[in-house]
Design a protein around this ligand. Structure first.
Ligand code: SF4
Length: 215
């Protein structure tokens, strides 16, 4: 049966479009990683190490960010060490190993920094108001997927305990950040906020509690 008008049909087509987008970006990542002699996961690690603060530059944090097991991420980092792109040194607690890009690793990160240009170029052609609404919609979907344990770690406004939903009448600036004490325009919602703290239902302990109470 073809349903092109109802909500169910719309949801199906949106899911299909997002899936197609995911396939395209994975294929693009594979291509750019191969050009630099890396696997897609190694590429993600190099890019993350280039932009994250020291406290997030360790194997377990990267594993959580990219939804892989710690041993899988450790293998990727070991491969990067062999390629002399990353070094491990004792972290602040003397136990965890902190990761640092070597000069060669930083050069690779610079070369990779524009890997997703085809996507950002395509988005640049869309009116800003539409892009802001799309950002808002995607962040809501990702928050729901995190609640359903499909996505594990996000540092986005919609999963943050300081996020005040729909607190202002302006549809372009409806939300509020209670940490920064400022209204949040749709176009200003953050996807990797350094001040983010998970709201209880999005923390690992909160999700465990939800699962227990649902049983
Ligand atoms: S602290 Fe950051 S992530 Fe949290 S609501 Fe404010 S801007 Fe968004």
């Amino acid at each position: 049966m073809t349903d092109t008008d109802g909500t169910a049909g719309l949801d199906r087509r949106l899911a299909d479009a997002l899936e197609r987008l995911g396939h395209g970006m994975r294929s693009l990542a594979q291509r750019t990683a191969r050009e630099h002699g890396l696997s897609p996961l190694q590429q993600q690690a190099v890019l993350a190490l280039a932009r994250h603060p020291q406290t997030r530059r360790e194997v377990a944090a990267l594993a959580a960010e990219f939804d892989v097991t710690t041993p899988t991420m450790s293998d990727a980092v070991t491969a990067l060490e062999r390629k002399e792109l990353v070094t491990r040194s004792p972290g602040a607690d003397g136990r965890r190993r902190s990761l640092t890009l070597t000069d060669a690793g930083q050069e690779v990160a610079r070369g990779l920094s524009s890997w997703d240009d085809p996507l950002t170029d395509a988005l640049a052609g869309i009116p800003e108001a539409d892009r802001a609404t799309t950002l808002h919609t995607l962040l809501r979907v990702i928050a729901d997927l995190q609640r359903a344990s499909v996505v594990s770690v996000t540092r986005m406004c919609t999963t943050c305990r300081f996020f005040g939903r729909d607190e202002h009448p302006d549809p372009a600036v409806p939300h509020h950040c209670h940490l920064l004490r400022t209204p949040l325009p749709l176009a200003g919602l953050r996807t990797d906020c350094p001040e983010h703290e998970p709201e209880p239902s999005h923390s690992p302990a909160g999700r465990r509690k939800q699962r227990t109470s649902a049983q």
